[in-house]
Structures are given as C-alpha cells and as structure tokens.
Design a protein around this ligand. Structure first.
Ligand code: NDP
Ligand code: HEM
Length: 508
C-alpha cells in the first residue's frame, strides 16, 4: 500500500528529487570517467577477462573490503545528530564551556544500541540499551558513553569480557546459551540489580526515543580553583517512557527487526514538518567529597544508584536530535565514543569499571577503525589537533610542516599553563597494591528497595514471569543457584519465581 510508505521508505526517491539533473557521469575512484560499466573487458565475447580491466578489479577490491569489524558489543544501533542546550549555568561547579551560560548550544551526536546481539540482530530484544553522547565542544570532544540504566552488571573491569561471553553466542553452537547466561549471574550476585531492571518493564523499550539515558558512572566536575564535585548525569525522555511487552517484542523481532532504527529515522524526518524532534531533559545529581565520605554506600560503585531523596535531580539542560545521518556507514559505523574523552572541567572518579573503560574504547577503535579514526569527519573535534603524533594508516591531517618532536626551537605546540586548573586535584592513595575482590560489597540493599518500593504489584508479576520464562531454559542446577540470588534480594521474590518456574512450559 503506497499510503504506508514512510520517510525511511522514500529515502531514495527523495534523493533523486533533490539530485535530478546534477548527478554527472560514472567515474572510478580517481574521478576518471568510466567507458563501460555493464560488462567486463574480455578477450572475445565468451573469452577470458583481461588483467588490465582495472575498473572491474577496483570494484571487486572495494567490495571485498566493504566490511570492517562490527563493535564487539553494542554492534546493532542507530544514531542521530542535534544539539545540547544549557538551561542552568554551572560555572561554580565546572569550568566547562558547555555550561557557561543559559542558552549555550553545543552540537552533539547520539547513538543508541542493543548490547549482546550482532549487527543484524533484532531491535526488540530484552537487553540493556546503549545511550552514547558525543559533545563536539569548542574545547574538544566530550563523550558520555552511557546506557538506559543508572547501574551495571559488575564493578570490576576484569569481569566485563567474562560477562559478555556469557551473554553472546556459545562458541561451539553459535547460539545464545541460557546456561551461560544464568551461570554468570548466579556466581556474581552484584549483577542482580541490573538483571532485575532488565527483566522488569523497561528491559524492552519501545524504540530508542521512549527511554531515559544515564552516564551511569560517578564522574568528577572541576570548578574554579580546582573545586571537585562528584556528579552523575541523567537524561529523561520528553517522549515519555514506553516499553514493549514480551509478546509484542517477539512479534516485532520477526516482522520488523529494524523497528527501532526505522522509528528514530522517521521521527526525525517527521520533525522537519511538525517541528517536534526527539528530545531529552538533562539532569545532574551532585555530591561533595565530604558527603562521599559519609554516605552509607560506596558512591563510586556502578552497581548502585544515588537515592533521589538524598541527592535530588537538578535540571541543567536539554538535548534535541534533529538530523539523521547522511550516510549510515560513514557516520554511524565509523562513529567512535570513548569514556576517556573528558574536556576541561570533567574527569573520572575512583570507579574501577570506568578506569578499565578508559583504556578499552580507544584500544578497540584502533582495531576497528584504524590509527587515524579521530580524523574521520564524524569523530573530528572542532578545535585543531596540535601534537607530535604523525602518519599511520589513512592519515587525513598530518599537521603539515609543524615540528614533530618535543622539545623544539620552532614554535611547536606547548601545554596551556592554565591546564592544571581544570583537571582533578591531586588524590592521595595510601594503600597496598593487591587484588581486592569486591564481590560482596552490599549486593542486595538497593535491589530490595527496587522490588519492594518501586514496582507495583502488576509490575512485580511481570518481572517474575519474565525471569521465570528465561530461567526455565537453563539447567536445573543453575536454576537453583539463580533462585538463591533472587531469594537473597527478597524471600517473596525468590519464592514467586520458583513457583512460576515449576509451572511454565518452555518450548526450547
Ligand atoms: P525513587 O522512588 O526516587 O525513584 C525510583 C526510580 O525508579 C525512578 O527514577 C523511576 O523512573 C525508576 N523506575 C521505575 N520503574 C522502573 C523500572 N521498571 N526499571 C528501572 N527504573 C525504574 O527512588 P530512589 O532514588 O530512592 O531509588 C530507589 C530504587 O529505585 C533504587 O534502589 C533503584 O533500584 C531504583 N532506581 C533509582 C534511580 C536513582 O538514580 N536513584 C534510577 C532508577 C531506578 P522515573 O524517573 O521514570 O520515574
Ligand atoms: C561499546 C567495552 C562497560 C556502554 C563498547 C565497546 C567496547 C566496550 C570494547 C565497543 C566500542 C566500539 O567498537 O566503538 C567495555 C568495557 C566495559 C564496558 C571493557 C567495562 C569494563 C560499559 C558500561 C556502559 C557501556 C558500564 C554504560 C554505562 C557502552 C556503549 C557502547 C559500548 C553505549 C556503544 C558505543 C557506541 O554507540 O558506539 N564497550 N564496556 N559499556 N559500551 Fe562498553
């Protein structure tokens, strides 16, 4: 039905309308016009192809190299561009120019993703959603590489590859493996908080627009005189929370596996006529270093939230996504976020997981995108890059004749004398180097509050049903171990999952 054709379906027709009459002739990659493009150059009508048909060879070589490695996690996603607007000046808390005055706008990129699935996987699976933001500031790129949850599955980066292995496919069968999935969970109960969020209603958001986002970690903000404040970043959807129930999600996975990509694309195209673009309101929670010493929980532990009553949300901005990528590969597959990208006035915290991530992302980008990935247009910062690094694969900007060594006598770039004022103040560390296992660092208090205070009765029942449905696919020993973890959160929760488990019949 032609009336069902949305903006995404009309993409090629729209391109044609805009470009008709200006398209020009076919060329090779050196812009040399092609002579013929519907047949290879052969010796005789049915004879062999000749080696000098470089146009054929170039086309096959380019095709052979069309794919780059997909992201090892968060492979499937969608991205868009827009702006962040400051609605509350924060110059007493951070020297960042993003918050220097009300109304200040900073261009941004946002990418939403599922975590475990491969590039072609369905959008409506139960999985946390990545929610990554890149701020192209006048002081360089600031990235907040967060999720749609304020918490995470573990608190030590050494467990991240282990956890991801348990969520992705079994290396022998190449299938999702429910024994692996629940085995890791039952042996590392610090993951129960995030697992409960995952199996509650927000575990399957309705597309990318109807979910909140979180920086998740505790970060630092550095104000005038190197004043340190701990901070969390929260972005609440202006579209309202909407989720898919398990049945709807299952149907969509078959009918339209790219549902969320399509929804975001069309919402932004529709915005061009309605003026209503997807947007989020941006909040912070702040904690002084003195408060951090006094709170009853570890404020740097990413498996825990900061309770709102104690640390209220402060509205400080909003962001709007009003531009679709002009090409998916160039601007989404090549988009590279990293928690190491802190612009002046922002920094890390003692959170162990964050320390691990600061290494991991630039490392994976070197593997996935190559040495000079930060020179690609979508990753390129607004200010000029000035340093002593040169060359490497696909260099686009090699700093011309500037000195490539330091110290030098020829005006090579120097460190800004003010730079020391915008990084974290010196930290004292008075401890022994050792392996400190944090597996039992209060794993249950907050999940218990979530179960008892946040979920109403119908939401509790859906959580129980969703967990039981997935847990019933694991072997009985693993089921028992997992039930124990849920019982530790709350006796009733464990009991109700156990009861449901004994009654569900699952078609494996
Ligand atoms: P509050 O009562 O102030 O807030 C409860 C929070 O839970 C709200 O932010 C609400 O989101 C969110 N929420 C509601 N349903 C779900 C769901 N199905 N999945 C995930 N989040 C949901 O509580 P406290 O700050 O005192 O925290 C109590 C518990 O709430 C925590 O232990 C934690 O489990 C959970 N929580 C806390 C958050 C925090 O940052 N403090 C954030 C999210 C959850 P909304 O804003 O849309 O109302
Ligand atoms: C993507 C590692 C924890 C959010 C990735 C990628 C790696 C990675 C290697 C692929 C990046 C790419 O190819 O561009 C890790 C490690 C972690 C960790 C080692 C813990 C030690 C987290 C946490 C969050 C998170 C806690 C959220 C709070 C994301 C997001 C992406 C991503 C949103 C996708 C970014 C994009 O859209 O390009 N992670 N991760 N990760 N990660 Fe993590």
């Amino acid at each position: 039905n032609q009336n069902d054709r949305d903006a995404a379906a009309e993409q090629l027709s729209n391109w044609y309308k805009q470009n008709k009459g200006k398209i020009g002739y076919s060329t090779d990659n050196a812009a040399i016009q092609l002579v013929y493009k519907d047949a290879s150059l052969t010796a005789g009508k049915y004879g062999p192809i000749v080696l000098r048909d470089y146009q054929l060879i170039q086309q096959l070589q380019d095709f052979d190299r069309e794919r780059i490695p997909e992201r090892v996690v968060h492979a499937k996603g969608a991205a868009a561009f827009g702006y962040f607007e400051c609605t509350k000046e924060l110059s007493n808390l951070t020297v960042s120019k993003v918050f220097e005055k009300v109304g200040k706008r900073t261009p941004i990129a946002a990418r939403f993703s599922q975590v475990a699935g491969n590039l072609g996987s369905a959008d409506s699976v139960r999985d946390p959603r990545g929610f990554a933001l890149k701020f192209y500031t006048e002081e360089g790129n600031w990235d907040l590489v967060g999720n749609n949850t304020p918490i995470f599955f573990m608190r030590d980066p050494i467990l991240f590859p282990m956890f991801i292995h348990s969520q992705k496919k079994n290396p022998v069968t190449n299938l999702r493996d429910w024994d692996m999935f629940w085995d890791f969970f039952s042996k590392r109960p610090e993951s129960v908080h995030q697992f409960m969020f995952l199996f509650a209603d927000r575990g399957i958001p309705d597309g990318h627009r109807h979910q909140h986002g979180f920086g998740s970690h505790t970060f630092s903000m550095i104000g005038p005189n190197q004043k340190l404040t701990w901070v969390k970043f929260i972005y609440k959807t202006d579209q309202g929370i909407k989720n898919l129930d398990a049945k709807q999600a299952e149907l969509l996975a078959g009918q339209d596996p790219d549902y969320a990509v399509r929804d975001l694309y069309n919402a932004i195209e529709d915005g061009k006529s309605t003026g209503k673009y997807p947007s989020w309101t941006f909040y912070i929670q702040t904690m002084t270093p003195d408060q951090a010493k006094q709170v009853k929980f570890n404020p740097f532990d990413i498996t825990k939230v900061w309770p709102h009553a104690q640390f209220p949300l402060q509205q400080v901005g909003k962001f709007v996504l009003n531009k679709n990528p002009s090409n998916f590969f160039a601007e989404v597959e090549q988009l590279a976020f990293s928690p190491s990208n802190f612009t002046p006035g922002f920094g890390p915290s003692p959170d162990r997981l964050l320390q691990g991530r600061i290494f991991s992302y630039p490392d994976t980008h070197l593997h996935r995108l190559g040495t000079n990935y930060q020179q690609l247009p979508v990753n390129r910062p607004l200010p000029k890059v000035s340093n002593f690094q040169r060359d490497g694969e696909s260099v686009l900007y090699n700093q011309n004749g500037a000195p490539n060594y330091h110290p030098n006598s020829f005006g090579g770039p120097e460190v800004n004398p003010e730079a020391e004022s915008w990084v974290n103040p010196p930290e004292s560390v008075d401890s022994k180097v050792d392996y400190y296992d944090l597996r039992d660092d209060d794993n249950y208090t907050q999940p218990r509050v979530f179960w008892n205070k946040v979920l109403d009765e119908p939401a509790k029942q859906r959580l129980v049903d969703n967990v039981a449905g997935a847990l019933s696919k694991a072997n009985p020993d693993i089921q028992k171990a997992a039930l124990k973890v849920f019982k530790n959160v709350d006796g009733t929760l464990g009991q109700r999952i156990g009861q449901k488990l004994s009654s569900v019949h699952v078609n494996l």
